[in-house]
Design a protein around this ligand. Structure first.
Ligand SMILES: [Zn+2]
Length: 352
């Protein structure tokens, strides 16, 4: 059961697949399996309205998940329609079935502009060949020809494979908005770094926070640098976003996208912050000598990584290196072999 002893877990049990478990008045927890290693399930939320339902997040593209949704619509929803789909961000496990549900009920999709646009773009970008700029990005990291060939083989349409086409129209939500859902005001809180403009929903009346992927009880959300924005500093954006969550009351019940609902928002923010601080400190020490991004992975990840996980992990490695580079603790140079190396700056070295 719950495995973070610093948090408390007031909800007893978990909903079976295709069933609803009430976690607040008219607020229901839905749990669906997803094919993402290490996550296994995504939590989705259904909020009862006068004349139908608002659904928050939707699951990845799969006929099984569509089948479970149909069961929920027919049974738990009592044949009341879905009036609105809200997606916290563009990642496939959140937006993957939005197209299906919106089509079925002719319901609008509510999202932030950036994440809707990004999801639309990625679903249209589905090329079978990996573009040259992507290969060049991974070559500078230091991957050998064999690894690059295996990456090339995987193709470039992984996003489109895991989502139903993202709806062509949407209704914009933005930070600070108040949305009436089920007769209560829910405030939109923007988080960055995990996705570009991630929307969490906070209901002060009910003391509930639909956190999405921004605050998870067990794992720290994936923070990565990708070829489309090679100089990004997402870890800084992510940690800065915590300021928007800290003013919330301590007894807020956090409804995360992965793991069990919990109380202990501030404790969890502190834990995740110190997790990254520990990793940054270890990286800084390790970069006393010039290191490639591949070299630093064992400092960040204790378990051995296969090729697929290495490509995920490298984004996370770069996020930490870019954070340190932006604050001036390390500097990057391009070697004669065309590979980036990172080394502690002279100021840092003498201070250590
Ligand atoms: Zn996500």
């Amino acid at each position: 059961m719950p495995d973070n002893p610093a948090l408390s877990y007031p909800i007893t049990g978990r909903p079976e697949v295709a069933e609803l478990l009430e976690v607040g008045p008219g607020i229901y927890w839905i749990r669906m399996p997803i094919p993402i290693p290490g996550l296994e399930f995504i939590n989705l939320w259904a909020i009862r309205e006068d004349d139908g339902w608002t659904v928050v997040d939707t699951g990845t593209k799969s006929s099984k998940i569509q089948g479970w949704w149909r069961t929920i619509f027919a049974e738990a929803f009592g044949s009341q329609p879905v009036k609105r789909v809200i997606c916290t961000h563009f990642h496939p496990d959140h937006v993957g079935q939005a197209g299906f549900i919106c089509d079925l009920f002719n319901a609008p999709l509510w999202m932030t502009l950036t994440d809707w646009t990004f999801g639309r773009m990625l679903s249209l970008e589905a090329a079978s060949d990996v573009p040259d700029y992507v290969m060049a990005f991974y070559r500078r990291i230091g991957f050998g020809e064999e690894a690059l060939a295996s990456f090339r083989e995987r193709g470039f349409n992984n996003f489109a494979k895991s989502v139903e086409p993202v709806p062509t129209q949407f209704h914009r939500i933005a930070g600070g908005d108040s949305i009436d859902i089920g007769g209560h005001d829910w405030k939109v809180i923007i988080g960055r770094g995990h996705s570009h403009e991630h929307a969490s929903l906070w209901c002060p009346d009910l003391g509930l926070l639909i956190a999405g992927d921004m605050i998870l009880p067990r794992i720290s959300p994936h923070i990565g640098v990708y070829p489309g924005e090679p100089e990004a500093n997402p870890l800084k954006l992510f940690l800065d976003s915590f300021d928007s969550f800290r003013p919330l009351p301590a007894d807020t019940l956090v409804l995360p996208s992965h793991g069990d609902p919990f109380v202990g928002l501030h404790t969890r923010l502190d834990q995740v912050e110190s997790h990254h601080e520990t990793r940054l400190t270890a990286l800084k020490a390790f970069c006393a000598e010039p290191r490639t991004a591949l070299d630093v992975l064992p400092v960040l990840f204790k378990r051995p990584l296969d090729m697929k996980h290495t490509f995920m992990a490298i984004g996370e490695g770069l996020a930490h290196l870019h954070y340190l580079a932006a604050e001036g603790s390390i500097e990057r140079s391009l070697g004669s072999d065309g590979i980036y190396r990172y080394r502690r700056t002279a100021v840092q070295a003498s201070a250590a």
